[in-house]
Design a protein around this ligand. Sequence first.
Ligand code: NCD
Length: 338
Amino acid sequence: MHIAALHQPSQLQLNQQGNLKHFLTIEGLPKDTLTKILDTAQSFFDDNNNLITSPLLEGRTVMNLFFENSTRTRTTFEAAAKRLSANVLNIDIARSSTSKGETLRDTLWNLQSMAADIFVVRHSASGAAHFIAQTVCPDIAIINAGDGRHAHPTQAMLDMLTIRREVKKPFSDISVAIIGDIKHSRVARSDVAALQTLGCKDIRIIGPKTLLPVGFEQYAPDVRLFTNMDEGVKDCDVIIALRIQNERIESPALSSQSEFYKLYGLNEQRLSLAKPNAIVMHPGPMNRGVEIASSIADGPQSVILKQVTNGIAVRMAVLALSMQGQLQQKSLLAALAI
Ligand code: NCD
């Protein structure tokens, strides 16, 4: 499926009341929806900044369907669902009957018959979550946990929550630099869409020509491309480093990892070009000494582990909001009316 065909308007993702039904991509969602996700996520922290637990999804069943490897995303979805008191099933896809010739459709219909309310789907094919939401299981809330190089909307929202909590300036007043393999990154695509929707006017995309996407110029002037890292990070508030997505690269895009580190690795000298209190982010998994120096990853400006905790809050918000239309009890609806 062509990626352009996936830029669905919001109808597929929002119900008639404008509430989230599926969460497939950031594109097409209004600013209000993104802000509601952020506000709801923030409400899951108590006054001491600890995550709370809640009975919101008691009796609901969340199934994690990860057709591609994951550590953080799968585990934080599980932690989020458990904090909301849902039943969580992690389906072992590698050992499921799809390996015995059953079609994906049949596997999903069987899982749906086990009273699933939400499918959290990660798949290597761009468009997999859209396909399931549109044609296979439209009555189940489908949350995209990453599809090919297309979208990773919950990662984008946890990145936005981290920026909001750590930078403490309106999105319209900050500069964000995203560095590395932009071309193959679903995180970059979703981050740019979320930043634009939230009003960020200065987004810098930095990397070697071979790892920069074609067609990003259409987002100008909000988005600028840089092949020179020193110019790209100058005076920015947020730096997001990305891994080289070797599993999605068909022909060599780089001469070597050490060459990449020399030109685009985030080190002390380059970080010093950004604003003095700039924050450093990375979605993980991180390759130390390739896109980021260990001293930066573990340094005082790094918020990389805070992103992981914020990921639980954001995933709680998305799971809860996707069930909002179905929550019967008024008190539960009131609890979500932020
Ligand atoms: C990202 C992903 O899977 O797209 N990681 C994540 O979800 N934490 C980025 C990556 O794999 O590099």
